[in-house]
Ligand binder design. Sequence first.
Ligand code: MN
Length: 130
Amino acid sequence: MNRGENAPLILIVEDNEVHIRLMCDLLTRHGMRVISCKNPREAISLIQKSKPDLILMDISLKEMSGLELTQIIKKTPSIARIPVVALTAHATKRDQENARSAGCVGFITKPINTRLFPKKIAGFLNNITS
Ligand code: MN
């Protein structure tokens, strides 16, 4: 995958520092650029400024749920097209449906499978461009 300016930019919205570091490590090792945000209230302006190629959204954030934040993203025209992938420990059928109806294009379960994670993200990025 490309490095440098053309490398895909991934925004991780997640409140757990350990998870952020792990995902950041895995993605940068696979040539992606990563930024992160812990506070959902700061996410919208960060997304507008940085225009990431993909957003990884923790469902359980402290101030608002990741699904609520996803709904706001999908209602904000300037950023609505950016795909959001849900991150959660709860992977029931119901949770997957809730994530889809909030506007998420997919779902990644925690704990993260370190071998598959970068491949899954690359797969989501390929779906956007193809
Ligand atoms: Mn969380």
